[in-house]
Design a protein around this ligand. Structure first.
Ligand code: MN
Length: 426
């Protein structure tokens, strides 16, 4: 912990008490001014974004590892992410300093302020990371147990491998889209239980999955596994992920190689990456693991974080959204360090910008489930919304918003929103 985490730290920029982005957060994203201009790397504070390319040009980062690297003029965070932990920490510490109440560098420089401090209403956020490879895990015991119970009954809910390794699959990176991108209902093959033959048509069991995504900063070389205790050194930060799923397509296609088209049409990511540095005060232990994992998966330290998560739903008929589930990142049985150690134990190389999603995060209670499949128990127990409408799966016009935040003393570290609206099939 350092002075960037001090809960008494205040900025000369006014930040509302409930803001996701106090001076202790310092998230990273990419945007361009609505009135026109290049994409730049930015941070957020309160209702403002700070253009780091302009700060760099003004010499704010002189004497640091990133000086002269021109990484903030890039249209993605990848170049910055590839520089490693020391560069990320230096950058965070300088931004924290120049946004602090008593620091005049930017506060009293009207010319620089005019081009570098922009209202969030005057910019368009863009996809922050060029995602090279996308891996989706299945690391919530509660989620795996719920899904297994529905498909195989309570006695065979967890497959024999589940408690020994973080189960995952290689997903599709090309359809990772920015929060706000419309989600078009996919078409595909399904085989309803009532039919002897498969049918082709619109997905009728469209679902969301509440997940957190780990964004890889510096990668590893092919043939050099990442030890579990070094794994976090490779993590730039976390974002909210909605891993949209076509459940009826999944049920028909997934044997024997796992999900394919049921998962490849869209995965939404929130625009701000929250760094591990910002999350440090919220570090916590993971659920106890029994049986004990193999040595290559055994942690010495805590690698989980106390991040509260919410799913909001708004239908076409509703004027405002309602919360349909609340859960927490810290329910994850397999943590990010174990996921990275497992992913690379074969020598597989992770690269800058790779996305490792946690898998759907469900908690122990009925109101802490991370997918509609579980919330409405496979369609058998539709939920009733405040206006009387019922939902078993998503309908056209439904808007799903994921939120995440850590509660600090007098401030919160928020993740912003990850939003998607369902549009009719093409
Ligand atoms: Mn998933």
């Amino acid at each position: 912990m350092d002075k960037t985490h001090d809960s008494n730290l205040k900025s000369w920029i006014d930040v509302e008490e409930n803001s996701d982005f106090p001076i202790q957060n310092i998230p990273f994203g990419v945007c361009s001014p609505k009135e026109g201009g290049d994409l730049h790397v930015v941070t957020a504070i309160g209702n403002f974004v700070i253009d780091l390319a302009h700060l760099d040009e003004a010499g704010i980062f002189e004497g640091t590892e990133i000086e002269g690297a021109e990484i903030f003029h890039e249209p993605t965070l990848n170049a910055f992410m590839s520089m490693g932990r020391n560069a990320w920490k230096e950058t965070r510490s300088i931004i924290s300093e120049i946004l602090s109440k008593d620091n005049p560098t930017l506060r009293d420089n009207e010319e620089l302020r005019k081009i570098a401090v922009l209202s969030k209403d005057d910019v368009n956020m863009e996809l922050p990371v060029d995602v090279g490879d996308y891996t989706d895990f299945y690391s919530s015991r509660e989620h795996a147990t719920n899904v297994g119970t529905m498909f195989r009954g309570p006695d065979a809910a967890l497959m024999p491998n589940w408690l020994h390794l973080p189960v995952g699959y290689h997903g599709r990176a090309s359809s990772v889209v920015l929060s706000g991108t419309e989600i078009v209902r996919p078409k595909g093959q399904t085989k309803p239980p009532t039919s002897d033959e498969p049918i082709f048509g619109d997905c009728k069991r469209l679902d969301f999955e509440l997940e957190m995504g780990v964004l890889i900063g510096s990668g590893n070389y092919l043939g050099e596994p990442v030890p579990v205790d070094d794994a976090e050194e490779h993590v730039f930060g976390l974002a909210l992920i909605n891993d949209w799923s076509a459940r009826d397509v999944q049920t028909w296609e997934y044997i024997p190689l796992g999900p394919f088209l049921a998962k490849n049409f869209a995965t939404s990511i929130s625009p701000w990456i929250i760094t591990l540095e910002a999350l440090e005060p919220f570090r916590c232990s993971s659920p106890k693991q029994d049986p004990e994992p193999f040595d290559y998966l055994k942690n010495k330290e805590d690698h989980n974080f106390d991040i509260e998560l919410e799913i909001h739903l708004q239908t076409k008929e509703m004027n405002e959204s309602c919360v349909i589930s609340k859960t927490n990142y810290n329910y994850l049985y397999w943590n990010m360090a174990q996921q990275i150690a497992h992913h690379t134990i074969t020598g597989c190389n992770l690269r800058t910008g790779d996305l490792l999603a946690s898998g759907t995060i469900s908690g122990p209670d009925k109101d802490s489930r991370g997918s509609m499949l579980e919330i409405a128990w496979g369609g058998k127990e539709p939920i009733t919304l405040p206006n009387g409408e019922k939902r078993a799966f998503l309908e056209d016009g439904d808007i799903v918003t994921l939120k995440g935040f850590c509660k600090g003393k007098g401030y919160k570290i928020g993740f912003g929103n990850c939003i998607g609206e369902i549009h009719p099939s093409l």
